[in-house]
Design a binder for this molecule. Sequence first.
Ligand code: SAH
Ligand code: SF4
Length: 374
Amino acid sequence: MQVKTNLLGMTREQLDAFFIELGEKKYRTKQLMQWVYQRQVVDFDQMTDFSKKLRDKLKEQASLDMPKVVLQDFSTDGTRKFVLELEGGNRVETVFIPEGQRGTLCISSQVGCALDCQFCSTGKQGFFRDLKASEIIAQVWIAAASFGVPENLGHRPITNIVLMGMGEPLLNFKATVDAMHVMLDDFAYGVSKRRLTLSTSGIAPKIRELAEHADVALALSLHAPNDELRDEIVPINKKYKIAEVLDACRYYLSKFSERKRVIIEYVLLDNVNDKIEHAHQMIELLKDFPCKINLIPFNPFPHAPYKRPNGQRIQKFKDILSQAGFVTTVRTTRGEDIDAACGQLVGQVEDKTRRSQEWQAAVWKKMNPNAESV
Ligand code: SAH
Ligand code: SF4
């Protein structure tokens, strides 16, 4: 039997080549991408501007395969979590977080992660496999489809996409880059390059390589102001030291004149990396480095060896950095009630009773406060 080509996740260039091979014109690429990503149609028979002959050819030779959604959970704060089951049975998670006019989708790039950061539940799980480009883009498709086709393409619920879910995106380089190109493509999601962020634990050579392939916002998971501490909590630091990683980030910025700074992520672990001396070391380390700092209070998970610092400690750390002139924000924890907060993603449908319906009713009530309950 002929193996069908999965067209999901293919870039514009790859689709052009596919259609040429099929004896078709390149403009089919635009039509197909619009059907799939903008009109959310994945059944070739519904693509009415394709001739019957072409639809038959596509059905015979191509597919638009999607992972199965095994759980869709809605938090009372509007956060939506999707657990997807991939071919082979592995699971990954995708989280949508609404914040005013903005809707951020946090997507995964691998099943598990090999880098074993001590504070990360994905890391503690170990590495299973890379996601394909189709599986990365499918996360966007599924989340977007949960809102239906927007009446006005200018008003899409997903405005921002961050590669901050499970996995290290730069260790699944090609699939991640291809999927990002589809996200940015005007024929598909047309996400602004300012609103697509790749977060990395600091794979220095891959950050440099990325500069040749994609112009997106870069976030660096720093988490410690010196190599000794970073070696301990982010073990990849033993291979790529802080100075080397910061240099790679500078190189990345130098390639894109519009990119002014890197986002530094810093998970705050009680009494480990949140001391006053650490804040001062951060100031020294980053004094000439163009960045803004995003502090992430640690999100606990079962058997985690760390605690979240109290509000006072978090505020103190932030104040020291802000007073030194760094734009510093503290990430508010979202979706905790559905285990969708940073670092809590493990791809498991928990044992607990399915709360979906209850939560959906609660969310509905929240959005329609004056209505009678459903
Ligand atoms: N592998 C990439 C992207 C995925 S992790 C990276 O490390 O950057 C995305 C972000 O979530 C990282 O900044 C990571 O440090 C943070 N994170 C992981 N576990 C966390 C936890 N338990 N609490 C808070 N943030 C966490
Ligand atoms: Fe992997 Fe990122 Fe988790 Fe580290 S923080 S284990 S790099 S997913």
